[in-house]
Design a binder for this molecule. Structure first.
Ligand SMILES: Nc1ncnc2c1ncn2[C@@H]1O[C@H](COP(=O)(O)OP(=O)(O)OP(=O)(O)O)[C@@H](O)[C@H]1O
Ligand SMILES: [Mg+2]
Length: 250
């Protein structure tokens, strides 16, 4: 298990309890979406999962660590080395170029300049913005900034990527391309993905969907695939394979 929420609640103020007693687990290699209407608690869950915020009660365990037990240095070390995060509002550094933004986490990890430039260029290329490296965020459209933010999250080949509405500002063709990049990293580098979305295209690609509504999570149990079924590359098996699958699975 790579992430677990155990009875997690987050109360921002007396009037605002964003999530209530949320429990779920994410296994290594999953490709899971948090789906739900605006204000349901998706960003809150992702922020708590990455230790960007802390629960009012309950326990979040990421990569075997109870996040509350880590100090600031421990948390930033864990995030820097093993976690990628795509913020809903991108959060690019305004004074750095796109390429420098993507290089940033590699610099923190101590990757030498030449190598980090190469890796950053490759990540920008993968995210479909290889020609934009020299521009400042203010010189990019919202969708382009989103792609740079995605490149920055994947450049370190983290163990898990959290992405908050990663395709919200993209046209459907670019969104599809980025989902293919995510899926490819998931399949070939075993990077776990947990992303939030309302986008039917994203939800279609997800292998597991956790519904968030009014600060609670609901899940259709049949929705969670057994890992070997996941490896076959579909969420709902095609009719032609159902009899073969039912031979092996209950
Ligand atoms: N820092 C905060 N202080 C107070 N209330 C907050 C804060 N952040 C979020 N909330 C509230 O918590 C609830 C859940 O918000 P959250 O941002 O998690 O929703 P969301 O599902 O990500 O919505 P969206 O789809 O619009 O991004 C909302 O009612 C929101 O107003
Ligand atoms: Mg949100």
């Amino acid at each position: 298990m790579i992430l677990s929420f155990d009875q997690v609640s987050k109360q921002y103020s007396e009037l605002e309890t964003a999530i209530r007693q949320v429990s779920f687990e994410i296994e290594e290699g999953e490709f899971t979406a948090l789906a739900g209407p605006s204000g349901s608690g998706k960003s809150t869950i992702l922020n708590l999962a990455a230790g960007l915020d802390f629960p009012t009660s309950g326990t979040v365990t990421l990569l075997g660590q109870d996040l509350r037990a880590l100090d600031k240095i421990g948390l930033s070390h864990l995030r820097c080395n093993q976690v990628g995060f795509v913020f809903q509002s991108y959060n690019l550094f305004p004074v750095l170029t796109a390429l420098e933004n993507v290089e940033y986490p590699l610099a923190l990890k101590g990757v030498p300049p030449k190598e980090r430039r190469k890796l950053a260029e490759k990540a920008l290329e993968e995210a479909g913005c290889g020609t934009l490296g020299k521009r400042l965020p203010s010189e990019l459209s919202g969708g382009q900034q989103q792609r740079v933010a995605i490149a920055r999250a994947i450049v370190t080949t983290p163990k898990i990527v959290f992405a908050d509405e990663p395709t919200a500002n993209l046209d459907s063709k670019t969104a599809k391309m980025l989902l293919e990049v995510f899926k490819d990293l998931n399949t070939n580098k075993n990077i776990t993905f947990l992303f939030s979305s309302h986008d039917p295209l994203v939800l279609e690609t997800a292998e597991r969907i956790i519904q968030v509504a009014d600060g609670k999570v609901h899940e259709d149990p049949s929705n969670k695939q057994q890992p070997f079924i996941k490896g076959l590359g579909f969420r709902t098996p095609p009719q032609s394979l159902r009899s073969t699958l039912s031979y092996y699975h209950s």
